[in-house]
Design a protein around this ligand. Structure first.
Ligand code: ATP
Ligand code: MG
Ligand code: MG
Length: 356
């Protein structure tokens, strides 16, 4: 279907007049197809959900709407100050529509906002982490068991390791022999999974599970946070994982597929800003033990995502989109380099958590 026919269908379903109608890509998401549908008077974000990644899109929308409702209550009593991503119903009251077998939804467009792809400085990292902290704090009394596991075992390292071993044994594309160094390195880190499995006194929380910088919106005028977005993977989890994913995606000055491994390092000022920004809104709820568990998250997330890149490489690149044949291997090496640098600076980085 061409863009203008699609725009017309979407506008009819979501009740926009077709006068001056435009449909253009927005943002830089990797999973869904996100577009801005606008006419002279109105603008809506429309999103085609990726049903390979999310085979049950109805459950995803239901999860996000439960969170939206909870945050709306919090905002009404001044306990949540950020803007809330709200779903827009169709003329007949549905939140998900089918266009030629593909699933689309609409969200209110947050005006006057922009998203960043790379953290530019510590101040920006603190603003982003603080927004994710406000989001986590507002959800701490939300019953996470209400959320459907849209991707079961998403941050379950033991399960990721089991899949890794399975793919090594299968060696479907014959890449195992050339990856012996990386594989051996991974095997040496598996005790991380035991640490995660044996956590005590760290509660399961409603988590965002995709806390990278482009999943929050900054305000165009004030450089402050505007909204936490992309609630697709909100599920029960540990705050340490949300913290760890911020460390993974914010701390290195290099992109996650950079091959300049000697430059892949944890920027200490950014790490400190993340600790400060994220922990502040959680102070009334978090225990010392839970805060100290963030150190485990800072190690686990870079390692686990690296392991998943390597697993996908050994499996013939079925999950992550690649731009060239070695892409997943390069990403894995990059994440392992970051993980190594984090471990190397344990004393300094852990000290930042302990000092809080
Ligand atoms: P990811 O790769 O992080 O999983 P995704 O494919 O799930 O991303 P989103 O993060 O939901 O997609 O949206 C992609 C981008 O579109 C965002 O980073 C943001 O720039 C923009 N965007 C999404 N929703 C809105 C909104 N309601 N208002 C303004 N901009 C938005
Ligand atoms: Mg996103
Ligand atoms: Mg997403």
């Amino acid at each position: 279907m061409n863009t203008s026919a699609l725009a017309t269908q979407l506008s009819e379903q979501f009740g926009l007049s077709t006068e001056g109608l435009k449909l253009n890509p927005i943002g830089n998401g990797h999973i869904n197809t996100t577009m801005l549908l606008r006419n002279k008077a109105q603008a809506l974000v429309v999103q085609k959900l990726n049903t390979d990644v999310f085979p049950e899109p109805e459950q995803l929308v239901n999860n996000a709407r439960l969170i939206e409702q909870h945050l709306t209550h919090k905002a009404a009593s001044d306990q949540y100050q950020l803007e809330i991503i709200k779903h827009v119903p169709t003329q007949s009251g549905d939140y998900l529509i089918d266009i030629q077998g593909e699933k689309w939804r609409a969200l209110e467009f947050i005006r006057g906002s922009y998203s960043e792809e790379v953290v530019q400085n510590a101040a920006q990292a603190e603003i982003a982490a603080n927004a994710f902290g406000q989001f986590a704090a507002a959800l701490q009394d939300f019953d996470a068991e209400q959320l459907y596991p849209v991707i079961p075992n998403f941050h379950n390292l033991s399960m990721r390791i089991a899949t890794f071993k399975h793919k090594i044994a299968a060696d479907v594309v014959g890449r195992v022999a050339a990856c012996q160094n990386e594989i051996a390195f991974c095997f040496d880190q598996f005790s991380l999974a035991d640490e995660l499995d044996n956590l005590t006194n760290v509660p399961l929380r409603p988590c965002h599970n995709d806390t990278k910088i482009n999943n929050m919106l900054f305000c165009k005028n004030t450089e402050s946070a505007k909204a936490v977005i992309d609630l697709d993977t909100c599920m029960p989890g540990y705050w340490l994982c949300d913290f760890g994913d911020m460390v993974r995606t914010c701390c290195s000055p290099e992109a996650e597929d950079s091959t300049a491994l000697e430059q892949v390092k944890v920027r200490h000022d950014i790490f400190h800003a993340l600790v400060k920004g994220y922990a502040k809104p959680l102070t009334p709820f978090i225990t010392e033990q839970e805060l100290l568990s963030f150190w485990l998250g800072a190690k686990v997330l870079p390692f686990m995502i690296g392991l998943r890149f390597l697993t996908d490489y050994l499996d013939g690149d079925n999950y992550f989109a690649i731009k060239h044949p070695e892409h997943n291997l390069q990403r894995a090496r990059n994440q392992f380099a970051l993980y190594r640098d984090i471990v190397r600076h344990e004393q300094t980085l852990k000290g930042m958590l302990e000092q809080l």
